[in-house]
Design a protein around this ligand. Structure first.
Ligand SMILES: Nc1ncnc2c1ncn2[C@@H]1O[C@H](COP(=O)(O)OP(=O)(O)O)[C@@H](O)[C@H]1O
Ligand SMILES: O=c1ccn([C@@H]2O[C@H](COP(=O)(O)OP(=O)(O)O)[C@@H](O)[C@H]2O)c(=O)[nH]1
Length: 362
């Protein structure tokens, strides 16, 4: 077992992403507080802050050949051509010794996003989205007082329009991938940072790792709403076993209740009980089995995590609870129903037949 996990960990760490910097896109309307919160994140979590707008303004000041073009675009609230901004961002990343960056105010449209991904081959770890009503953003920008040529009411209105028409679709693109962490940004600075801090907490990092690994290995995510809800877990006594603190690791893998669910699939389908997200990933990636195995295993992992999470919520928010045996039966039904809807590969046996070669609930 150890060797399989080691091999998979090596594979996870050895992917090209290990050499690539860790990037978080910080998005939100003009004046939503991106720069302000980035300064706090830098101080608390050691990221390097790269503001695309600041880099463009520095380029104007440097007297570069693009300076006048950039200045005119900013004055009009328009988006500077991708190649100019991406070159500046790439240079800033390369010149910096850090390996984790907040990219603030970029990508501002779909073209920015696609070009950045193509040129740098960097996928953001997640997108921090500061959601703030226009009236509040307008008030803040008019009071910003940094001598910016674009902080006048006429340009501000143009920037809002560009944000709605061009930048929101980028946020929606990442939302569909379960990567957006939305922050309610209309509150006082310290309150906003409390929300930001939760996104960067070790537990949130772990669940991000869990969902990213599952996405990576399973080829599909748990769904953005489930991932978002799971990331809100707070440390309290585990409602499934009442004997541990409900961390993600405990809830999904260590807890007696959960491990009894996993054990149900051991022997016939899974080689061992997954101990953590890495061993889960290892099993998925190193599974040597007939062609039917990968989709079935993928479904088992998704279904177990989903039903454990549902059971946890039922216990936290209602008085209902299901025994481990009851959950195993529900899981069995869920998996069979899902497998019935899968197209059957040739030649037989079907996915369902493969699943039935495993154990049945007692
Ligand atoms: N939560 C907040 N409440 C009130 N004012 C804020 C808040 N966050 C930022 N500001 C102020 O609003 C202005 C715009 O903030 P900034 O961080 O520059 O926004 P952005 O980078 O999104 O354009 C600044 O003057 C800043 O001090
Ligand atoms: O990737 C970027 C970032 C900024 N800008 C330009 O720079 C201006 C100011 O952007 P910044 O992020 O500094 O400020 P915000 O509008 O978020 O307050 C924008 O309106 C755009 O004209 C751009 O073209 N591309």
């Amino acid at each position: 077992m150890g060797s399989v996990v080691d091999a998979a960990n090596k594979e996870v760490n050895g992917t090209s992403s290990a050499k690539k910097p860790n990037v978080i896109f910080v998005l939100g309307g003009p004046g939503s507080g991106k720069g302000t919160q980035c300064a706090y994140i830098v101080e608390h979590f050691g990221y390097t802050h790269l503001s695309a707008g600041d880099l463009l303004r520095a380029e104007i000041k440097s007297g570069s050949e693009n300076g006048t073009m950039i200045q005119n675009m900013i004055k009009e609230g328009k988006i500077v051509p991708s190649e100019v901004t991406i070159k500046l961002l790439q240079k800033a990343i390369q010149e910096n010794g850090n390996d984790k960056f907040l990219i603030d105010g970029f990508p501002r449209n779909e073209e920015n996003r696609a070009a950045f991904e193509k040129v740098t081959e960097i996928e953001p770890k997640f997108v921090l989205f500061f959601d703030c009503p226009e009236e509040e953003m307008e008030r803040r920008l008019l009071g910003r007082n940094q001598g910016r040529e674009d902080d006048n009411i006429e340009t501000i209105r143009k920037r809002f329009k560009v944000f709605l028409e061009s930048s929101l679709p980028v946020i929606q693109y990442y939302e569909a991938k379960g990567k957006v962490r939305k922050i309610h940004a209309a509150k006082p600075i310290e309150d906003v940072f409390q929300e930001v801090k939760a996104v960067f907490s070790p537990e949130a990092e772990k669940i991000l790792e869990l969902t990213n690994l599952l996405t990576f290995y399973l080829g599909c995510s748990l769904g953005s709403s489930v991932s978002k809800e799971i990331s809100r877990l707070i440390d309290q006594e585990c409602v499934l076993c009442s004997t541990g603190i409900e961390t993600h690791h405990h809830l999904f893998f260590e807890c007696e209740y959960s491990s009894s669910i996993w054990k149900h699939f051991v022997q016939a389908i899974l080689p061992a009980t997954p101990l953590n997200v890495h061993s889960a990933a290892a099993m998925i990636s190193h599974f040597r089995h007939p062609s039917q195995a990968p989709p079935v295993i993928k479904l088992i992992f998704q279904s177990v995590i989903y039903l454990i999470w549902k059971e946890r919520n039922a216990r936290v928010f209602t008085s209902a609870s299901t025994s481990a045996a009851g959950l195993r039966s529900a899981l069995d039904r869920l998996i069979r129903d899902r497998l019935l809807s899968f197209p059957s590969p040739d030649p037989t046996p079907s996915l369902l037949q493969f699943y039935f070669s495993g154990p049945r609930p007692p």
